[in-house]
Design a protein around this ligand. Structure first.
Ligand code: AMP
Length: 457
């Protein structure tokens, strides 16, 4: 069973995950051995297979660990010890195939186990024309690590259909990625919005340098601002916005306009593409409020709950908790959203990121999307700060594009026509950069911590 480890976590957290999952064998690039050595003594890893990247001339078989705990084995040499024809063991479709841990920023990460059945059905659906539409004609480049929900399944679907696969390795800066897309004629790529924000800025700086012909960009993991979709499309990219989670393998929904939606204006089309889309086949979706099911009217918010053949029904080795799963078998996603009559989901917030002001909910995503529509704004995150009268009030944290300048008043003026007055942030602060989580999303918990003092408890 394959368990991909999140190497961007703190060594203590990785050790916790290794132990919680009862991992026995480690396959690791040699460049990561120093990280492994920092937590090795806390684990019961039995054998370590090293893939030599940096010292091809020196066999890892001979390499000893820094503290002398034990020997490493060379991965290629290990493979060569295989004799005869490989016979796969008898596997039942419900048997576990792999697992990933959630990248939660609060509390311990939780393990999600994927069965063979779940992964196969998920992979088949991903390939469908109205999902990711991946075929053997494609060259795919996931800009998402395998530990983040199996690289969003892209290596699996690419293998199934026989697409060419190109991996970016450690070079994730916009220029290297764009060079790779052009050199390898990549037709499908996917990643979190922060990756594409950087790509859009690089394209805007040198519009001629990277001819991208209709490359399809899957964007997920966090909401994609409509303006980012527009900018990327100007440079020949087709944006496909998808929603999902580690617990949903990860595909939950994809935003594709329906056949009869032909008379949408450009603005309407971008707004539609910026929704999280319609549930993938076999994924059941509902919105739940305290008083029961919410209607699909595009305005009533509720918690998004899902179930289906590749949706987790429990966490690995944790007691069943009604915080995460309902008694009738639905996954509580912790996301708040609306669904319209056409079935398009619009996530307004993560429950813990919602801003609760005077009994009303303020959607941080709506404000962020609008702020990132301002020409001087590179990135924006909106968080709640404590307030004695309203309980919480919004604060906008903004990164200004290089060579631009803008004042808080100008930004508030930009927002004002689109929101009720009480929705507008009380403060706008400018920062050099917004901290990222281990999967590249804005780390709002760190911002809340940093700017708590600006509130009035
Ligand atoms: P993770 O399991 O780390 O990928 O986190 C899953 C969470 O990311 C979801 O519950 C959402 O809060 C968020 N998320 C994923 N995709 C989107 C999206 N397209 N729009 C908004 N939020 C998203």
């Amino acid at each position: 069973m394959l368990h991909t480890l999140n190497l961007r976590l703190a060594p203590d957290d990785i050790a916790y995950i290794v132990n919680h999952a009862a991992d026995r064998f480690l396959i690791v690039d040699d460049v990561l051995l120093p990280l492994f050595e920092r937590f090795r003594h806390q684990t019961k890893i039995e054998r370590v297979f090293v893939v030599p990247l940096t010292r091809a001339d020196r066999s890892a078989e001979q390499a000893h660990s820094a503290d002398g705990v034990g020997d490493y084995e060379d991965y290629e040499a290990f493979l060569r010890t295989a004799e005869g024809r490989f016979r796969p063991p008898e596997i039942r479709e419900e048997d576990p195939a792999g697992m990933c841990y959630t990248s939660g920023t609060t509390g311990r990460p939780k393990g999600v186990v994927y069965s063979h059945r779940a992964l196969v059905i998920h992979t088949l659906v991903q390939a469908m024309p109205d999902a990711l539409n991946i075929s053997h004609r494609d060259t795919t480049t996931p800009v998402v690590p395998m530990f983040h929900a199996n690289g969003w399944g892209i290596p699996y679907v690419s293998t199934l259909v026989g697409a060419k696969q190109v991996f970016p390795g450690p070079h994730l800066d916009p220029e290297s990625l764009l060079d790779l897309f052009v050199e390898e004629r990549v037709t499908f790529t996917a990643g979190v919005p922060t990756i594409w924000l950087g790509i859009a800025q690089a394209l805007a700086r040198s519009p001629e340098r990277w001819p991208l012909h209709n490359i399809r960009m899957g964007v997920g993991g966090a909401a994609v601002p409509p303006d980012l979709i527009r900018t990327l499309e100007q440079f020949g990219c087709q944006v496909m916005h998808a929603w999902g989670m580690t617990e949903t393998s990860p595909l939950g929904s994809v935003s594709v306009p329906k056949r009869y939606m032909t008379d949408l204006s450009d603005g309407e089309l971008h707004r539609l593409k910026a929704t999280q889309g319609v549930a993938a086949p076999f994924v059941e979706m509902r919105l739940m409020r305290e008083e029961g099911l919410a209607p699909w009217d595009g305005v009533t918010m509720g918690e998004v709950q899902v179930r289906g053949p590749w949706i987790a029904g429990a966490y690995h080795n944790l007691p069943a908790s009604s915080d995460h799963f309902t008694s009738d078998g639905w996954l509580r996603t912790g996301d708040i959203g609306t669904i319209d009559e056409e079935g398009y989901l619009r996530i307004t917030d993560r429950m813990k990121d919602l801003i609760k002001s005077g009994g009303e909910w303020i959607s941080s995503i709506d404000l962020e999307n609008a702020l990132m529509g301002h020409p001087a704004v590179a990135e924006a995150a909106v968080i709640a700060i404590p307030d004695p009268k309203w309980q919480e009030r919004p604060l906008a944290v903004v990164v200004v594009k290089p060579g631009h300048s803008v004042t808080p008043e100008e930004l508030l003026g930009h927002l004002a026509p689109h929101f009720p007055k009480w929705y507008l942030p009380d403060h706008v602060v400018f920062v050099e950069e917004i901290p990222r989580t281990s999967t590249g999303k804005f780390m709002k918990s760190a911002l809340r911590e940093r700017f708590r003092g600006m509130g009035r408890p």
